[in-house]
Design a protein around this ligand. Structure first.
Ligand code: MV4
Length: 443
């Protein structure tokens, strides 16, 4: 096992990773920016290194700074958390060159799945259903041909996109050429890669993702699915496991597809296969996330498995100590992402001092946060300040537990999304469980 791990992240996820390291007897190195001197992850780690100025580009995203911190402190491995450098193939490669274990899949797998077009081809070849569409579009002639074949409405997507960036909807052939050039320009400036492909637009879909855990010896387990359709402008607000829209036979099919996806690329570590699920219960591969996800706690609650501990163990070369038959999916978990944003002002991010904090508690209530009373939230980073997760035997009971926990939560000093989520959970649209990714459109 690694004696020392550097956590290349901040906020609640850095705290989450440090906790698992502590339980495993691994010593921890925090890195922090000049804006994060008083951050919780810094006080919880055994050692800490300031790696640069407040903007993430000058600190948490600076590969030489993060690697130097690992080298000078003698850390044998780096946990990237989510976001930041977690899906950066170049960073994973640099870690390898510095003889530091990147806790995640190989640089090659990160790169292959980061190319959304290649990922789809790999999955199609592996027998995973993918959204109908075409390969990269290289000319206007090919664009028109493929557009006519796919039919309308369709989507133009960036090869290097993901998370909803660089997408254009096209409703009619007259719009195609303009959308193509504007998508290419946006992708070029956002990702430094203007390559695009097209897909049939699937409407009224659910976003369901399947959690994988794989070791370096070829063992793969599927750890249930997550319902992630409750989102606004590609920011997820509420996640649950299991999905209220997935029955046992559909679940078995989706797990089988996710298993084939993992096998196709010799996947190592934790990863997520994202599917779109249509109203007629057909599912299609959309992309694969080669990292731990924000919403991983709902999976931990229904499986009883600590995903971060297993990430570390498989990165150290240990074999999974359990098989698929040992995975029991039990009860229902719900997560609310609490963002420091004002819903009354179009979800404008709010920074500032947390004047009063009361954390909800009780059995099967989990609150993942890096907040503490009098902490000053800096304006430079993501606005997610906490995740409230509950677990109960049934969905109805989990909903009631979430409502009670949200009601108990007090965060004063900054506006946050908690009250809005409390209202949302009370809506029939949420309670019925049939909501799609379009549910919050216009709000
Ligand atoms: C789609 C789609 C419908 N049809 N592709 C948005 C994020 C990016 N990963 C892909 N996205 C979508 N791709 C086809 N062919 C609908 C979405 C989509 C979506 C997907 C998952 C979660 C939220 C979403 C919100 C709007 C659109």
């Amino acid at each position: 096992m690694f004696p020392k791990i550097l956590i290349a992240n901040r906020g609640e996820i850095a705290v989450r990773v440090i906790r698992s390291c502590k339980e495993m007897g691994i010593s921890t190195v925090a890195v922090f920016s000049e804006a994060d001197r008083d951050a919780l992850h810094v006080s919880l780690a055994d050692e800490s290194v300031c790696i640069g100025a407040a903007p993430a580009s000058q600190s948490y995203l600076s590969m030489p700074s993060v690697l130097s911190a690992a080298i000078v402190t003698g850390a044998q491995a780096i946990h990237p958390g989510y976001g930041l450098l977690s899906e950066n193939a170049r960073f994973a490669e640099l870690c390898e060159r510095c003889k530091i274990k990147f806790i995640g899949p190989t640089a090659d797998v990160i790169r292959r799945m980061g190319d959304k077009d290649e990922a789809k081809r790999t999955m199609r070849a592996a027998g995973v259903p993918v959204v109908p569409g075409c390969d990269l579009v290289k000319s206007v002639e090919q664009l028109k041909e493929e557009g006519a074949r796919i039919g309308y409405p369709l989507l133009i997507k960036a090869r290097s996109g993901g998370g909803g960036r660089g997408i254009r909807r096209v409703d009619a052939p007259e719009e195609l050429e303009n959308a193509f050039f504007s998508a290419r320009a946006e992708a070029e400036s956002a990702f430094g890669d203007g390559a695009v492909y097209m897909e049939k637009l699937l409407e009224n879909v659910k976003h369901i993702e399947v959690q994988l855990l794989c070791d370096a010896h070829g063992n793969v387990v599927v750890l249930g699915e997550r319902e992630c359709s409750m989102q606004r402008l590609h920011q997820k607000l509420i996640e649950e496991s299991p999905s209220p829209a997935v029955d046992a036979s559909l679940r078995a099919e989706m797990f089988e597809a996710a298993y084939r996806a993992a096998k196709a690329v010799n996947y190592e570590g934790v990863g997520t296969v994202e599917f779109l699920l249509t109203q007629d219960k057909k599912f299609y591969f959309m992309e694969m996330n080669t990292r731990l996800q924000v919403e991983h706690p709902v999976t931990e609650m229904v499986t009883g498995i600590d995903l971060v501990k297993w990430q570390i163990r498989v990165a150290a070369g240990l074999e999974l100590s359990f098989a698929q038959k040992d995975v029991n999916l039990s009860g229902h978990a719900i997560e609310c992402r609490i963002n420091a944003e004002n819903p009354a002002e179009n979800f404008r991010p709010c920074a500032g001092k947390v004047k009063l904090l009361h954390v909800p508690g009780g059995p099967w209530v989990r609150f993942d946060t890096a907040l503490y009373q009098d902490y000053v939230i800096p304006p430079f980073y993501d606005s997610m300040i906490a995740k409230l997760i509950v677990h109960a035997p049934t969905r109805a009971e989990a909903i009631r537990k979430m409502q009670a926990a949200l009601c108990e939560m007090v965060i004063e000093g900054v506006e946050h999304t908690g009250f809005m989520q409390s209202d949302l959970i009370a809506e029939r649209g949420f309670q019925e469980g049939s909501y799609t990714t379009e549910y919050l459109n216009g709000r």
